[in-house]
Design a protein. Structure first.
Length: 232
């Protein structure tokens, strides 16, 4: 009888947790082709587990129980590999793909439907007090290994390429790549949904070298033509 009661309590807690995390579960189902069911996401995905722990820690943090909040976040970090400071402010629909090595700092603010890949850091740049971590807009995708460092805003619908290092503000509807991060595309309209394609991001260095090579080829062609005309 006791075992049945315990199982019923666990089942009720799981159902309640699934309702609480429905936006994160939905995000995982939409953005991860490997996700098969809501229960699989709830029980097996470190992203959802880390966010569930963050929400409990964030509640305690705001209530003044700072040590207990950090204890929960550090314990969750050990289990999931995802470190979210309880002081961060996170909107709905966050999805962290795989997640190992992801760090979200104390004063970071994330909007709705943000996607982070493995190894992303939303960090600070020094020992300054107050707001020292980035503010991330809605529908932002940050590629694997990218670092966003400092207190500035990343606009809505921004896509940041893998391993980029972003240290200054990025306007909405932009694509950022490189070290340091450079805006290589900016559109006056919103992207059609959340763009998870990181294989076709423009490479500004390659583009510059190709342009330079075209100019060299044109100069060589002109020199050959000019040289041919001067022959007796």
């Amino acid at each position: 009888m006791v075992l049945i009661d315990a199982l019923l309590v666990i089942a009720a807690l799981l159902v309640g947790l699934r309702i609480l995390l429905r936006e994160e579960i939905r995000a995982a189902l939409e953005r991860d082709p490997a996700a098969r069911s809501g229960w699989e996401v709830l029980l097996l995905y470190p992203s959802v587990q880390a966010i569930a722990s963050y929400r409990a820690a964030h509640f305690l943090h705001r209530a003044g129980f700072r040590f207990l909040a950090r204890l929960i976040s550090q314990t969750a970090r050990g289990f999931t590999g995802i470190e979210i400071h309880p002081g961060a402010v996170i909107g709905k629909g966050l999805f962290i793909d795989h997640g190992m090595g992801v760090v979200i700092g104390e004063t970071a603010i994330l909007g709705d439907n943000v996607t982070l890949f493995q190894g992303v850091t939303l960090g600070g740049t020094g020992k300054e007090k107050g707001k020292r971590h980035p503010t991330i807009g809605n529908n932002v995708v940050i590629g694997a290994g990218a670092k966003v460092l400092g207190s500035f805003r990343i606009g809505d619908n921004v896509q940041i390429g893998a391993n980029a290092v972003v240290v200054r503000e990025v306007p909405a509807n932009s694509v950022v790549v490189g070290v340091p991060g450079r805006i290589v595309r900016q559109e006056g309209r919103r992207f059609p949904g959340i763009n998870l394609d990181h294989t076709h991001l423009p490479d500004p260095l390659t583009q510059a070298l190709e342009k330079l090579q075209h100019e060299i080829d044109a100069i060589e062609h002109q020199m050959k033509e000019h040289g041919g005309k001067n022959k007796p």
